[in-house]
Design a protein around this ligand. Structure first.
Ligand code: FE2
Length: 207
């Protein structure tokens, strides 16, 4: 794969205002994501694995094969790298609303309706103690959607669950604008969800 690099955003830092402020987006993307990229590259370098041919999620899916001295670092920084990559793509200035297509059909089956999914996802994300992510994932074993809380930067891939939609509830994602009001941040975030991208992501893993 070579060295991992933080991908550019395809919208401006202020594009998600007023829901997510420009300063938070800038620090989050340019500083925090960079730390995960650097940490991942360093950990891979330490085990001479920078030339590993598959993307990091293949390593995260089988962490037991990672040499013990760098396993935690790969889990943390590798998860952080991919989680944030997905996060940027999951948002758009023209976001919000509800998903359609096959994803909407599946949501009806497993959650009853979109409102129920939104409430369960929000509650799960709100209840995470300390830092972590709320996730809508696809469970390949049971061919179904699930909602999952993951702590710190641990990727759903470590449980072999495929990430569909993730919400970063680390304080670095909201503290400048929302301080301790994580619930307000979560409620605002639904207005920038890029459902077209999420629907595509879902189709890619289920077809
Ligand atoms: Fe983050």
């Amino acid at each position: 794969m070579g060295k991992y690099e933080v991908p550019p955003l395809n919208y401006r830092y202020d594009a998600l205002e007023p829901y997510i402020d420009a300063k938070t987006m800038e620090i989050h993307h340019a500083k925090h994501h960079q730390i995960y990229a650097n940490g991942l590259n360093e950990a891979l370098e330490n085990i001479n694995a920078l030339t590993h041919k598959n993307y990091i999620t293949s390593i995260l899916s089988d962490l037991t094969t990672v040499p013990e001295p760098v396993r935690n670092a790969i889990n943390f920084h590798g998860g952080g790298f991919d989680n944030h990559r997905l996060f940027w793509e999951s948002m758009t200035p023209n976001g919000g609303g509800e998903p359609g297509g096959k994803l909407a059909d599946e949501i009806k089956i497993y959650f009853g309706n979109f409102k129920e999914l939104k409430e369960t996802f929000s509650q799960t994300s709100l209840s995470i103690q300390g830092s972590g992510w709320g996730w809508l994932v696809y469970n390949q074993t049971y061919s179904r959607l699930e909602i999952k809380a993951m702590s710190d930067q641990t990727s759903p891939w470590t449980l072999r669950l495929i990430p569909i939609l993730g919400l970063d509830v680390w304080e670095h994602a909201y503290y400048l604008k929302y301080q301790n009001r994580r619930a307000d941040y979560i409620e605002a975030w639904w207005n920038v969800v890029n459902w077209a991208e999420i629907e595509e992501r879902f189709l890619r893993v289920t077809t």
